[in-house]
Design a protein around this ligand. Structure first.
Ligand SMILES: [Zn+2]
Length: 207
């Protein structure tokens, strides 16, 4: 099992020194100059096959159960922001330990993994998302790159559909909603997610 190791890594990350501290002396390669490189938020998947960790829906823990897939937007349509690493950096600046979403979908439809999903329960404490106030423990967060309803591409929605189907195949039951379903203070994801859900997964429309 790699879970123990993963958790250990998370613990180490969580207790990392103040990000303002310089750690040049501890760099493994003193010759390296890529100080600006962001940590890898997860494997990218150019081919489009979605590989998720094994999930055993029969082992809920502490009453946690996934109820929603929450759709977000990145609130930027700049090409340089069209990647999970940028979101990871933004969220770290906001004090999160890393990207708050579990998945990120680029303009070209590439799926990137953000915060990991674990096996039992699907969200270990370290894997709980940081994306939707009040339901982080019971939801999976996916972010589409873009800010305006015109930004989102057919390729992105195709990947979103495949993500939904893949999660279903894992035995996870959930409704699909946009971030703004849960708060009046957000317009995110800035497109008519109800229409998309109705057209593609009508049984997953929340009441
Ligand atoms: Zn959002």
């Amino acid at each position: 099992m790699t879970k123990k190791k993963d958790k250990a890594n998370e613990v180490i990350q969580g207790s990392a020194p103040d990000p303002g501290a310089t750690d040049q002396g501890s760099a493994p390669d003193p010759g390296a100059t890529d100080q600006g490189s962001a940590p890898d938020p997860g494997a990218t998947d150019q081919e489009g096959d979605i590989n998720l960790p094994e999930h055993d829906p029969g082992k809920p823990q502490e009453g946690r159960k996934i109820e929603f897939l929450v759709i977000h937007c990145s609130a930027s349509n700049l090409p340089k922001h069209d990647n999970a690493a940028t979101i990871d950096a933004w969220h770290k600046e906001r004090g999160f330990k890393g990207i708050g979403y579990h998945f990120f979908i680029r303009h070209d439809g590439t799926l990137e993994t953000g915060r990991p999903l674990d096996d039992d329960p699907i969200l270990e404490r370290e894997e709980i998302g940081a994306h939707t106030l009040g339901i982080n423990k019971s939801s999976i967060g996916v972010c589409l790159s873009g800010i305006d309803s015109n930004d989102f591409t057919p390729a992105q929605f195709k990947t979103l559909s495949r993500l939904v189907e893949t999660l279903e195949e894992k035995g996870i039951e959930f409704k699909i909603a946009g971030h703004n379903f849960f708060t009046d203070k957000k317009s995110c994801p800035n497109f008519d997610w109800r229409e998309w859900v109705t057209d593609n997964f009508p049984e997953k429309l929340p009441e």
